[in-house]
Ligand binder design. Structure first.
Ligand code: FAD
Ligand code: DHB
Length: 390
């Protein structure tokens, strides 16, 4: 079996890459370990940058983002007992959209399947061979058939636990890694929204984030011990913790039935370089950000925009220049997003060994960010997404 671009992983990066390549007449096959149903049901990110939404609408994915998603023109930073709005529309001239990742994936899979794309769900024993010469993705198909997929190039879009980056020999790869001493306890709740926009709350008890999914379902998170077991918490304890972290000026969250819960780790990671021979890494396969800046999904999409453009030049003009520069071009945005995600995390979370100095320094920073137009603009531009460069 042969294709031009072999793609490992049907997450946002792999599916969007396959979609963008098809629009340029470039053939691809996606090899994915999970089932379609599992992919379409996994709850992950929720915030789409303006550029991600524009891409979904301009490239005819047929996405429901504009009809079922919600446009948000700002966020609230809550600290010292009151809320302070960051007005994205005024400061950055851009907005974000609340539209869950699994809905983006449903849209992309539907578009790819309708176009006749070859997606091998439930592949096992996936292995990359000869990536510096004539690359092969070897795997066992869902029906048990062993397959060797020969490709011109491989796009490793297999997320943070994937195999692609490990194909780069240790001596050729640098892993930049940082773990945070806290995690996020996330819940899905049957309730109406408590506020018109997302709330990022700083408090003496730690960080909390009040987000939304639909008018009937809300998403909330609070900083917790990274080793915490979500089932050890009663619903009453969860609500008491969330209410305490957003308290002040009479504000209260609207409570409801908690129907999903889990703890996610917080880490920063970058694999350098993002290319090795004919293997190109994109999305979480190459980098992870802590979720505070809502950048993970958007960064995955930004990578494949750069990569699709590079493959287009290669196939249409025989030019390898953009492919040669892929790692450097994509890394620039990656490190900006790393900085932004780390900065938001450090400004809003309570370190377990934090001293009163740290708490007051954070309040000083939050005061600056919500009262200086220059500082607020920097946050607004980063959160809504820098323009795509490629
Ligand atoms: P993924 O979405 O991880 O897709 C990779 C795909 O590759 C998966 O479908 C996987 O099954 C497949 N795969 C893995 N290994 C193999 C293999 N060996 N062979 C074949 N296929 C393979 N970001 C935010 O901004 N906000 C959030 O709230 C948030 N919450 C998150 C919660 C969780 C539990 C996780 C894991 C991530 C979260 N993220 C969040 C990050 C965001 O979801 C990711 O940045 C985004 O999914 C990256 O897309 P991707 O396509 O690069 O990787
Ligand atoms: C959501 C997740 C984030 O990481 C974030 O910064 C904002 C919203 C969410 O899941 O809704």
């Amino acid at each position: 079996m042969r294709t031009q671009v072999g793609i490992v992983g049907a997450g946002p990066a792999g599916l969007m890459l396959s979609h963008l390549l098809a629009a340029r007449g470039i053939d691809s096959v996606i090899v994915e370990a999970r089932s379609r149903a599992e992919i379409e049901e996994t709850i992950r990110a929720g915030v789409l940058e303006q550029g991600t939404v524009d891409l979904l609408t301009d490239t005819d994915v047929g996405s429901r983002v504009l009809t079922e998603g919600a446009k948000h023109d700002g966020i609230e930073l809550r600290f010292g007992g009151s809320g302070h709005r960051i007005d994205f529309a005024r400061l950055a001239g851009r907005s974000v959209w609340l539209y869950p990742q699994h809905e983006v994936l449903k849209d992309l899979i539907a578009a790819r399947v309708k176009a006749g794309a070859d997606i091998r769900f439930e592949a096992s024993d996936v292995e990359l061979r000869d990536v510096t010469t004539d690359p092969v993705i070897a795997f066992t198909d869902a029906d048990g058939t062993p397959i060797e997929l020969r490709c011109d190039v491989i796009a490793g879009c297999d997320g943070s636990a994937g195999i692609s980056k490990h194909t780069i020999p240790d001596g050729e790869r640098t892993d930049y890694f940082k773990a945070y001493p806290f995690g996020w306890f996330g819940i899905l709740v049957e309730a109406p929204p408590s506020a018109p926009e997302l709330i990022y709350a700083h408090s003496e008890r730690g960080f909390a984030l009040i987000s939304t999914r639909t008018p009937e379902v809300q998403r909330m998170y609070f900083q917790c011990d990274p080793e915490a077991n979500a089932d050890d918490w009663s619903d009453e304890e969860i609500w008491a913790e969330l209410q305490a972290r957003v308290a002040g000026d009479g504000f209260r969250l609207t409570e409801g039935r908690i129907f999903q819960r889990g703890v996610i780790p917080m880490r920063s990671y970058v694999c350098h370089p993002m290319r090795y021979g004919n293997l190109f890494l994109a999305g979480d396969a190459a980098h992870t950000v802590p979720p505070t800046g809502a950048k993970g999904l958007n960064l995955a999409i930004a990578d494949v925009v750069v990569l699709a453009r590079a493959f287009e030049d290669y196939y249409a003009k025989g030019s390898v220049e953009r492919l040669e520069h892929y790692s450097a071009t994509a890394s620039r945005r990656v490190w900006r997003a790393q900085h932004f995600s780390w900065w938001m995390t450090s400004m809003l979370h309570t370190p377990p060994d934090g001293e009163p100095f740290d708490y007051h320094r954070q309040l000083g920073e939050l005061d600056l960010v919500t009262s200086s137009t220059a500082a607020a603009t920097q946050l607004a531009q980063a959160y809504t997404g820098w323009p795509l460069e490629y």
